[in-house]
Design a protein. Sequence first.
Length: 253
Amino acid sequence: MNVEKNKIKIDFALFFKRNKITNTINWISWLYIAFGSIFFSIVLFILNKTTIIGKENIPKNTKNVILASNHTSYAFDSIFIGIVAFLPQTLFYGFTLPYHPTAYEHYYSNKIITFIGKQLRCFPVKRKWKHEGGLSKEIGSFDEEGVNLSLEALKYGPVIYFPEGTRSKDGQIGEGKPGAGMLPYDSKATVIPVRIENVDKLLTKKSKFFKMGLKLKVTYGKPIFLDDLYNMEKSKETSKLIVDRIMDEIKKL
């Protein structure tokens, strides 16, 4: 079993190398990240008013750091959190942009999205589902392969993480998926709670362009104390305790 798990980790390490997902970036990725930083700076700070609170809570050494956020937008939560957190560094140092776990079906929906996703430090993950009585229920943010790939990403820098597993349809913060605590547990990462507000209104499925005049807000909380839970035996119950504490801290922001 351990041999098989090690093989999985090696496979994911090779995935990162094949797709140039490392702590360094090529010039094409840098151009995409720099252009994206400029474009979204205009959208967020000129066309709209974005308030940032608690940016100083993000550690300077961002390796093995999870930015755990509520999920409201179908497309731009990760970009919003990442660019706002690390501007203006992303203009000159593209490797400061966090990694973005992306739903497998969206990542490979077409070749253009796949290419752009790779340049913007995205990587594909599958969600964990339980099939019972003809019904499917999501029980965790990522399946085991997704967790292993995220563990690889954390070696190089911060990872954006949505414990709810999917976006909120009514704008309210929901409950975290029971299995979503496995990534923090396995990585023993520093977890920063993040709360975003009104980002779901920035670009809806019916919109042709970004809306203007919105008041957007992102709050980065202090690192969540999880050492007591990290020292517990690995189990579904421990995972749930971890994700519940993370969600509680997000709701407090």
